[in-house]
Design a protein around this ligand. Structure first.
Ligand SMILES: C[S@@+](CC[C@H](N)C(=O)[O-])C[C@H]1O[C@@H](n2cnc3c(N)ncnc32)[C@H](O)[C@@H]1O
Length: 236
């Protein structure tokens, strides 16, 4: 580990807002905070919103600052990136923020039924190879795992530079008859004016500098309906 990374990792251990469970704590069993984030971490009954693959946590911190009456949890496997967001929240005493360093694959060990209101997925790795489809954070495998802890009609927001990932997710949403709230393959063309959507993440800035278009999709998950690839595959 580089010197910088090590220093950040050590510093992050002192932050009250970061949880770094070992694989043992979440691999085959539930984390001790499952079902208790409101009572034990935030000490309120406000809605909880997740950011998956949060990187430096621009959405987690940006939304928490705008909406102090909601709680935000950023999740990523890379601690050195998460250090940025957790340090900002720590220094500015933003109390409605937490970070979990873990793989999204373990997410059901952390949250219980109806514990979460919304999910932001910000510039996830697009996993372009067909054989890696199941690794996409918007594949049926992951959407069904989110269904278990999202409130009924809970919202998923996807922001991505990948037209392929955007189209893939949109097809899935349509073929499963999920309610679309907003959908555009060119967010900054001026059609959607929205302060929240204008938060720019680290990767987003890089993609914008390269001239990429930003896609945005938000939709609701029906808790009682399993999401499948079946209809999408039939179409192909
Ligand atoms: C392209 S970066 C985007 C980071 C940030 N959201 C942004 O927009 O700047 C993708 C992030 O997802 C994280 N990630 C990818 N797969 C993950 C997984 N299965 N579980 C947890 N984090 C994951 C990576 O560590 C990385 O920080």
């Amino acid at each position: 580990m580089g010197k910088n990374k090590l220093a950040r990792w050590t510093e992050m251990k002192s932050f009250r807002n970061v949880y770094e469970p070992s694989a043992d704590e979440v691999y085959t069993k539930d984390h001790s905070l499952k079902g208790s984030w409101n009572s034990k971490v935030f000490s309120n009954i406000n809605p909880i919103i997740l950011e998956l693959g949060c990187g430096k946590g621009e959405y987690t911190v940006g939304l928490a600052t705008r909406y102090p009456q909601k709680n935000y949890i950023g999740i990523d496997i890379k601690g050195a990136r998460m250090w940025r967001g957790s340090k900002t929240a720590h220094e500015k005493n933003i109390l409605n923020v937490a970070f979990i360093r873990t793989r999204v694959e373990f997410i059901n060990s952390f949250f219980s039924e109806d514990e979460i209101e919304e999910i932001w997925i910000t510039f996830p790795d697009p996993q372009p190879k067909r054989k890696n489809e199941f690794k996409r954070l918007t594949s049926p495998r992951f959407l069904n795992s989110y269904r278990k802890f999202l409130k009924n009609n809970g919202i998923i927001h996807l922001k991505t530079d990948s037209k392929d990932l955007y189209s893939y997710t949109l097809d899935l949403v349509k073929s499963n008859c999920l309610e679309i709230i907003e959908s555009t393959d060119d967010l900054y063309s001026g059609l959607i004016e929205n302060d929240i959507l204008s938060i720019r993440t680290h990767y987003e800035k890089i993609f914008l500098e390269k001239g990429s278009r930003i896609c945005y999709l938000s939709f609701r998950i029906n808790k009682n309906k399993v999401i499948t690839n079946d209809q999408r595959q039939k179409k192909q």
